[in-house]
Ligand binder design. Sequence first.
Ligand code: HEM
Length: 478
Amino acid sequence: MQHRIPQPPEAGLLNAVRFGTDPFRFLEGVQGRFDSITAVPIPGRAPLVVVTDPDLAHEVLSRPPEFRRVAAQGSASMIAEQGVVQSDGPLWRQQRGIMRPAFVGRQVREYANTVGHRVEELAEEWADIGADGEHRNLHAEMTTLTIRVASEILLGEDIGHDRAADFYEWMAVAGREFEFSPTTVSPAWLPTRTDPEFSEAAEGIRGLAEEIIERRRETLAAESEAEDERGGENGTESGDDTRGGSGTAGAKQPQDMLTLLLRAEDDPEVEYPPNQIRDEVATFLIAGHETTALSLSYTMSLLSWNPEVREQVREEAKQVFGVGESARTPEYDDVADLTHADRAYRESLRLYPPAWATFRQATGDVRLGEFRVEEGSAIVLPQWSIQRDRRYFENPTEFDPSRWERRSPNAVSAYFPFASGPHACIGQQFALSGATLAVSRLTRDFEVEIPEDALSDLRPTPTLRPAEGVPATIRPVE
Ligand code: HEM
């Protein structure tokens, strides 16, 4: 027998408006009142279904044909219509398959090592700050760090400091455009907002994606030509070792995501819709850095407010990386020894999940547990409120990394900052290893002081974003 999903007793529209204006408070409210699920009726639309039980949330995530992604629409499609983060079905399967090698094995090591180098450079720059300290926007600094690493590893080139700074501005504009508001949950006929600044930001992101693709095509063509010449001299055929390969026997094939996408163009089995590669690059320019930058800003904020934990992380970093003359650049192999930094980072992903909710849409009238979900329902799987639910976490609003000494994050279904199922985050290992190194290295040498109210105005854009960056005073540790 299938049951009707319970509804909050207040008027439907009132709840819809509450969700639109302050989704975090609304979600915390329903999390405390409904054991597994609730439906908010919305005039003129299918209801908004909020899942409050983690196991049901994972079930939704594991059934993509019935609960599909919400495709990019309106202004979102001005950045990328069909990258792997927005797509579903055969196109998504093809794209995820082509890209997978770019996110596993030695690529994780390379990503973490690149974070090690870039964070070392940042630390050298911060080392010039005097004992009085300097005010900086920590989130802008973290964005520069993560986008340069992501572009280097995924796209084969570092976009450089100035382009990274442009990106920070574009993301701030995009964040405002996509922020939740009462119109998000209004009947479809209400006009939505448009922000003229947004089209400029969208063009900037697409333009940068096109430039990067062009340069990569040229590099690959030059490499392939050089290879043909070498092959000719050695009397061997080129490209016979791997698909479209340029390899000298035994040489490592570049495995960055863009190279894999471009090589796959020659594969007769692969069919790209128009602009697919540009959409993927634009998507990854965003997905590859923003959540990680946010998570670094939140972790550093929590460490600023929790001196005991900060000291543990600092002592551990001194042991692992050394100090003074004997200090060395952080690298992938250090991650396994940074248990305090790792727990602090994972605990910050619990309290401030950069992906604060994952969204799906029911493709038909479907059964979920004992409930009937109406076709077209928008489904909210809220990391924000499930990860703060006292049914699953003791002292849920407390920053307590030691809770992960007793439990493995992978074994706790109410903890899912990277989602789960077939669409689970492809960059999870990058984020976990790179962020642990960055948090640890910066904490070793710097006091990053953040005002207590710095995270009091978080905005419900597709990611959880601080309204005005994260103000910080940075000074070297005495
Ligand atoms: C702390 C950092 C990160 C968090 C919290 C995070 C979170 C998530 C979540 C919740 C999803 C699932 C979205 C959905 O099912 O609709 C996701 C998907 C995805 N993430 Fe991440 N992510 C992070 C870092 C990264 C990085 C570093 C990359 C790339 C280098 C990345 C690339 C992606 C991609 C491509 C998808 C779509 C996967 C698919 O549909 O097959 N993410 N991420």
